[in-house]
Design a protein around this ligand. Structure first.
Ligand code: HC1
Ligand code: SF4
Length: 574
């Protein structure tokens, strides 16, 4: 350790720490902007470009950026001197002088870190009134809008895309006043290998990167009396949406969501969890089929669209290993426009399926040619958790005080197995709960496969299927996925089944979830809540869902049968 003084008080702190780290530990607030510490993901943004965290160090002429300056023995630091406060304000005023002046209509209004910093530093006018750089927005993709005029060169997106996701899409372009972050040659996002995971959006402090907003389209569909609009919510929404209304991370709000959707005017209010149970019926059957018939192994889960795009771009030679199952929300759309349409006697062309997802990639997924080749698209519109929260606010609902409602019949029932889809390891655990019973013919008494759980980036476990060992691999975050895929490509993988989710934490950490500003404890709280919701469910295994049993009895026949093949499976080609 070393002895230092901060704001007149003595501290013993670990050698090699930064001033910012030790200040945090001492509960001394130093404002930051570009700084992003994702220690749980082993990534730190060290750009030190914003000059907001400047502090005074005795004996030095210049102020020091606290985020990258290491403490040394005897260092005497002042974080709150007039000189450092003035320097911070100057740094932010300079940023604002080259930033569009449109907070009212900005998608990040009240969620913007630059905006709140300006407020907290007491900035009430912009001193420097020079030329502002303006760039065209990139609206080429169905998932992400890039608005370089709002880029403050913090490089957080770059750290996320390159160091965590290993996709290498975003980097600094040009220099000085013209500098922005973007894809090489400033290509439109749709012409890059971007997976639309949205992790760059999740960490962008301003609105330089945001999701494509579909809320107006959803309201118009609801307003259109000719349309029959059904909504579904993803597993991970129920443990995160409350945050948008001041509720603690991990608060379970499933019932309130059902009520909110009904009050918004949706004709049918459903749960993607129903479709996750359906996915397990097909995916567990596919796994057993591959195991028993010398099929391609390992089998990889395929419900995460960013991960599917990643394998298409980065490992096209491995495209035969993901499961052929469509993702749950897409399966939901297919069943809503066939079975459900038939049951309620509505023309499928009139049905509009809206997915509420924690994910930005789901927007582009819903437009994939493989999934839209039928006359009716499987899913018509996708909004993120954040967009859905905005809709609830627009409708003036007091969300935390809404009564609990229920999802509608036919596609609203779900089991604990489907809930855990929302976090890393959950899909494979759900598949095992069913595959175990089908492969062994025995009842699985203990449904909690604790060995598959946790938040380590890569995990492995082996499960005994009555004498047959099943080896499971799990990765979340695309950098971790890359490591498992490299092993498969090089013939070094020993797994039978692998679950991959593109976002750190799985869907609970999705790019469309309430902003967590890099705070790992928020994703952790959502992760815990998912298992809590699972434990509280009466039914815990997908094949026990009575609405799923009815769906097979009355419509689909059997898993991997003809109808399933047509409606629920696909084939991805680059
Ligand atoms: Fe997910 Fe899925 S779990 S992909 O992570 O398989 O987005 O929540 O909806 O489709 O069910 C996301 C979550 C979600 C699908 C399911
Ligand atoms: Fe990179 Fe994901 Fe952002 Fe695309 S969406 S630029 S892959 S972080």
């Amino acid at each position: 350790t070393v002895s230092i003084i901060i704001n007149g008080e003595d501290y013993q702190v670990p050698k090699d720490s930064t001033i910012l780290d030790v200040a945090k530990e001492a509960r001394i607030h130093i404002p930051t902007l570009c700084h992003l510490d994702l220690h749980n993901l082993k990534a730190v943004n060290k750009a030190a470009s914003c000059r907001v965290c400047m502090v005074e160090v005795e004996g030095r002429n210049n102020l020091a950026p606290a985020c990258v300056t290491k403490v040394t023995e005897g260092m005497n630091i002042k974080t709150d001197s007039i000189k450092s406060i003035k320097a911070r304000r100057m740094a932010v005023e300079l940023l604002l002088s080259n930033h569009p002046n449109e907070c009212f209509t900005c998608p990040k209004n009240l969620d913007c870190e630059l905006q709140s910093l300006a407020k907290n530093l007491g900035i009430t006018r912009i001193k420097f009134d020079g030329e502002r750089k303006e760039y065209a927005k990139d609206t080429s993709s169905s998932s992400i809008v890039k608005d370089p005029s709002k880029c403050i060169m913090c490089r957080r997106c770059e750290t996320m895309c390159n160091d965590v996701q290993t996709c290498g899409i975003l980097s600094g372009l040009d220099r000085g006043f013209d500098a922005i972050v973007g894809p090489a040659f400033n290509l439109p996002m749709k012409d890059t290998s971007c997976t639309y995971c949205g992790q760059c959006v999740a960490v962008c402090p301003t609105a330089a990167l945001t999701e494509v907003n579909a809320t107006d389209k959803v309201w118009s569909a609801i307003e259109d009396k000719d349309k029959y609009v059904v909504a579904q919510i993803a597993p991970a929404i129920r443990v995160a949406l409350g945050e948008e209304f001041g509720m603690a991370p991990g608060t379970i709000v499933t019932g309130k969501i059902a009520t909110a959707m009904k009050r918004m005017g949706f004709d049918g209010v459903f749960d993607t969890d129903f479709a996750a149970d359906l996915t397990i019926m097909e995916e567990a059957s596919e796994l057993i089929h591959r195991l028993e018939n010398n099929g391609t192994l390992p089998m990889l889960t395929s419900c995460c669209p960013a991960w599917v795009k990643f394998i298409e771009h980065q490992f096209p030679e491995l495209l035969d290993i993901p499961s052929s199952c469509k993702s749950p929300h897409i399966m939901f759309g297919a069943i809503a426009k066939t079975y459900y349409a038939e049951k309620i006697g509505v023309d499928p062309d009139k049905i509009v399926v809206v997915s509420v997802m924690p994910c930005i990639a789901k927007k582009a997924e819903a437009e994939r040619p493989e999934l839209t080749k039928d006359e009716a698209n499987n899913v018509d519109l996708v909004v993120t958790t954040r967009e859905f929260a905005t809709m609830i606010k627009e409708a003036g609902m007091d969300f935390p005080n809404l009564p609990d409602g229920e999802f509608d019949k036919l596609m609203g029932e779900s089991t604990g197995a489907s809930v855990i889809f929302g976090t890393t390891g959950g899909v494979i655990e759900a598949a095992l709960r069913t595959a175990y019973e089908w492969a062994t013919g025995e009842t699985l008494e203990k449904v909690d496969f604790k060995q598959l759980r946790g938040l380590d980036g890569i995990r492995e476990a082996s499960v005994d299927l009555k004498g047959k060992e099943l080896k499971i691999g799990i990765a979340h975050g695309l950098g971790n996925a890359r490591r498992l895929l490299e092993d498969i490509r090089d013939g070094k993988s020993h797994y039978h089944a692998i679950e991959i989710m593109a976002c750190p934490g799985g869907c609970v950490g999705g790019g469309g979830q309430p902003y967590h500003h890099g705070d790992a404890s928020i994703v952790e709280a959502r992760h815990k809540a998912i298992y809590e919701e699972d434990a509280g469910k009466k039914l815990r295994k997908s094949h026990e869902n009575p609405e799923i049993i009815k769906l097979y009895d009355e419509f689909l026949g059997k898993p991997l049968g003809h109808k399933s093949h047509d409606l629920l499976h696909t084939h991805y080609e680059k």
